[in-house]
Design a protein around this ligand. Structure first.
Ligand SMILES: Nc1ncnc2c1ncn2[C@@H]1O[C@H](COP(=O)(O)OP(=O)(O)OP(=O)(O)O)[C@@H](O)[C@H]1O
Length: 310
């Protein structure tokens, strides 16, 4: 009999995890709706991997409440493990085993696995299926880890940077697979540094910084607050005071990085005409003019800062 559906696939409240003096997760709240894709974004060291490892039951929290499919990931590990898919780190794999053998072995541990040959084909593993694990390339290992995470048809999959280091074709195949899992009702939690990936896949985004969720919502909700912007490239150091004076009331202009300009305000044909006319008057050949809403990357950088972390 199927287990009763839970209100949230993941429910974390005030989660804390410390490694000695480092507090990796510092009062993190996260709710994952069943059947959705949730992307966890955050700078290096923000606590994404630790959060995912807590959800997988590989680490025990120091404080807070965590339920995954309604279960405690540590105390109820035996009941939870068969229902979730995790991407194994390479350390968990015997180096001599062949990719397809491993996939077949894991598939057999589950009652209703995906078709191994089909899965291997779609993730580009068919041609290297007989290659021992130690001889697989980094990208092939990554794809095998993904295949191992999903082959058992889990209810919930945790993917830690699933497309890091993949070529564009493999990345696309991975996105398609995650999209199909979602269509099948599988819940996915993934961490990523690729904003495009989050925009493409995620129903919900949680931005994590210093061990806490500092913003969450759908990509549209997160990006909507910033309003539209007009961007263009030109020679560095343009006269912003003059440009601002030319803009309609409520308009503003900035040069966030040298030669890259952002104009805010009512982004309409009049604003575009004003900016291009100003450029013409000042001998500026504006390049790469775009008019669109804030991207997730804009929002991410605004929230987490543009400086590299120590
Ligand atoms: N096993 C560990 N022992 C000690 N400190 C750790 C350990 N694992 C992680 N940390 C520290 O905890 C903090 C959070 O690390 P974590 O790997 O969870 O971040 P992350 O958001 O996944 O980072 P990245 O994007 O770089 O993968 C970092 O300061 C890291 O150095």
């Amino acid at each position: 009999m199927d287990a009763p559906p839970t209100a949230s696939a993941v429910e974390a409240v005030g989660l804390v995890k410390r490694y000695g003096a480092t507090t990796a997760v510092d009062g993190l709240d996260l709710t994952v709706r069943p059947g959705t894709v949730t992307a966890v974004l955050g700078p290096n060291g923000a606590g994404k991997t630790t959060t995912i490892e807590l959800c997988e039951g590989y680490r025990a929290p120091d404080a807070g409440r965590l339920r995954v499919l309604g279960l405690d990931p540590v105390a109820d590990a035996a009941a939870l493990r068969p229902r979730i898919g995790v991407m194994l780190q390479s350390g968990g794999v015997y180096p001599g085993v062949r990719a397809i053998e491993m996939l077949t072995h894991v598939a057999r541990l589950h009652a209703h696995p995906l078709d191994v040959a089909e899965l291997a084909e779609r993730l580009g593993l068919a041609s290297c299926g007989r290659t021992p694990y130690r001889r697989l390339s980094g990208g092939q290992r990554q794809r095998l880890a993904l295949a191992l995470a999903v082959v058992g048809r889990p209810e919930l999959v945790f993917l830690d940077e699933p497309t890091a280091g993949l070529d564009p074709q493999a990345r696309r195949a991975t996105w398609e697979l995650i999209g199909e899992l979602r269509a099948d009702g599988v819940t996915t939690v993934l961490s990523t540094h690729t904003m495009e990936e989050a925009e493409e896949l995620a129903d919900d985004v949680a931005i994590v910084d210093a061990g806490r969720v500092i913003a969450r919502g759908t990509p549209a909700e997160l990006c909507g607050g910033g309003g539209d912007v007009l961007r263009f490239a030109g020679r560095p150091g343009l006269d912003l005071v003059s440009l601002r004076q030319a803009l309609p009331v409520g308009g503003d202009a900035a040069e966030p990085s040298p030669g890259s300009y952002v104009v805010t305000g009512d982004v309409d044909p009049r604003l575009l005409a004003t900016v291009t006319a100003w450029c013409a008057q000042h001998g500026v050949l504006a390049d790469r003019i775009t008019t669109r809403r804030h991207t997730l990357e804009d929002v991410f950088l605004e929230l987490t800062g543009k400086e590299l972390r120590p």
